[in-house]
Design a protein around this ligand. Structure first.
Ligand SMILES: Nc1ncnc2c1ncn2[C@@H]1O[C@H](COP(=O)(O)OP(=O)(O)OP(=O)(O)O)[C@@H](O)[C@H]1O
Ligand SMILES: [Mg+2]
Length: 255
């Protein structure tokens, strides 16, 4: 067994009286895709936002590559190699793809001006790696297709060398071809050793892309299984009724 890239141990988070995440433990290994499943409001995004530094944790531990860490802000998460692709593809619509790639992490010249040339050359390289046909990188991203916007969002993770990638419903707004492209990207990143938490409601994505799956319901973890060990009906039973499949071994818990 390799050391897990991420160990989330007994994580809790309440908003007022609502226990959004209630004692969840899950881990992630290099080159592994763990699908995070559950109904609307189950706590999936909240759990991932704590790993991404967007929300503080109430109680619980985060261990990255064997080291306990205290992630308080998104930049502290990024410093750990954690990148997030949000449900909403948080891009700045009026800026072009190059500017979006470097948003908040702009490269400056020694004269403290934007190093536009450097950023464009780098951006072109990373976009091309994902989609050879994506060349209109200087138009505002609001004029791009969903798939091209997804390339920009994923490029932020690639360029800054994510080793842990959180994808929160990356295909929710995409057509079938673009969804297939995201699937290819996931496989490519996996092969590079990136660990991926994939939040999705799409069963073909779960069974096509994930190595393991963790199901949440009402803030609690129902169970964690190897994807090949469970059927779609069993997964739906966990999501809807919180019912663990009989006679199936759970994978090793994080603690
Ligand atoms: N910023 C917030 N303030 C108050 N309550 C919140 C906040 N964020 C989430 N919640 C609540 O926490 C619970 C878990 O929400 P969360 O968004 O994590 O669910 P989810 O599993 O990602 O659902 P979905 O599939 O709809 O994205 C819900 O009851 C939600 O209303
Ligand atoms: Mg969510």
């Amino acid at each position: 067994m390799t050391t897990p890239l991420v160990q989330l141990r007994d994580i809790h988070k309440s908003f007022g009286g609502i226990k959004a995440v209630d004692g969840v433990s899950v881990n992630l290994h290099p080159g592994e895709v763990v699908a995070l499943l559950g109904h609307n409001g189950a706590g999936k995004s909240t759990l991932m936002k704590m790993l991404a530094g967007a929300y503080p944790i109430d109680t619980g531990d985060v261990v990255i590559a064997g080291q306990p860490v205290n992630i308080r802000t998104p930049s502290e998460a990024q410093a750990q190699g954690i990148e997030t692709i949000y449900q909403t593809l948080a891009l700045a619509d009026n800026l072009d793809s190059v500017a979006n790639l470097f948003l908040g992490r702009e490269k400056m010249t020694p004269w403290r001006t934007l190093d536009d040339h450097f950023m464009e050359v780098q951006a072109r390289k990373v976009f091309q790696r994902l989609n050879k046909n994506f060349t209109n990188i200087r138009v505002p991203v609001r004029r791009l297709s969903g798939g091209q916007r997804q390339v920009v969002a994923i490029s932020r993770a690639l360029y800054f060398n994510a080793r842990i990638l959180i994808m929160d419903e990356p295909c929710a707004a995409l057509g079938p071809e673009e969804t297939a492209m995201v699937g290819d990207l996931v496989r490519q990143l996996k092969a590079d050793g990136v660990g991926i938490f994939l939040i999705t409601h799409d069963m073909p994505d779960v069974f096509g892309l994930s190595d393991r799956l963790a199901v949440m319901k009402n803030g609690r973890l129902v169970g964690t299984y190897r994807t090949e060990d469970v059927t779609e009906d069993e997964v739906l039973g966990m999501i809807i009724a919180g019912k663990r499949p009989e006679g199936k071994a759970q994978t090793v818990r994080a603690e």
